[in-house]
Design a protein around this ligand. Sequence first.
Ligand SMILES: [Zn+2]
Length: 288
Amino acid sequence: MTGSALPETVVRDLLNDGTVLERVKVEDLLPVAAGVRPAALVVIPSDLPDALTLGGAIDALVSQRRVRWQAAVRPLARLRRQAEALREVYARVVEASASYRGLKGWIERLGLSAWQLEVRPTVRYLVVYRDPSPVPLLAELAQMLTERRKRIAGWVETDPKFAELLGKVLGYPACCLDNYVRHLAQGVPYEDGMAAQLAARVARGEEPDEAVFFAAGFLPCDPGCPAARAVGTGIREALAAWGPELAERCRQVCRHNLVEAARPPAERRRYVEVLERTRRLLGGYDEA
Ligand SMILES: [Zn+2]
């Protein structure tokens, strides 16, 4: 099925549905349905439109349940009970929410499948795909997460092996993926390097091509990377088959990703600190 083979009425309905984020429609669901991305990553609950409300509901329920794991004397038992309580809260709040069920409904209506990876008890990666080719790598990722949980190995986002496998699933260009994984392995955040490269370009009066930033969370090896530009341009052209307006919406989403990538490191860190502090104030907890 090519992009245009998906009934236009289905695409229209999706574009008019306010319960799915514009970014999720334009950079994830439609490119995968069109066959121009092998898979896309939707982070749950943060990629749901009511993520803040859901996050607040999770925090409120978690603070009620804290007594369940605080009673455990041994640290391992405590962590296990905490994870169980958080999973139960996630199911009650997120899986029961209209926005999550709406998203799952769209995945089905577009003829797609979704593989859920538990990165933390209340954070899931929903990997959306059409053709089953990513399945063996997804199974490997799931296995890696299970192993890490047994060892209580901490947050997985900074694990180079995990990033490499996930990047392959998502079809990121090899040059960009190698570069990102190398930075992770060296403990140097590439996000800072990318922001500096973009700032230097703008200072030289160059306008970076937004097509290179075709997915949130993807960082090209260079703002001018031809492989990343080819992916981004391919996505835009496939979406244009459903109308020129969609190509423009694609441009806007990529432009937003570019602005995020250009955010100065100090500003980004401050933003993360504010988020973490808010979470602690709301009755925070550390998820292993
Ligand atoms: Zn590249």
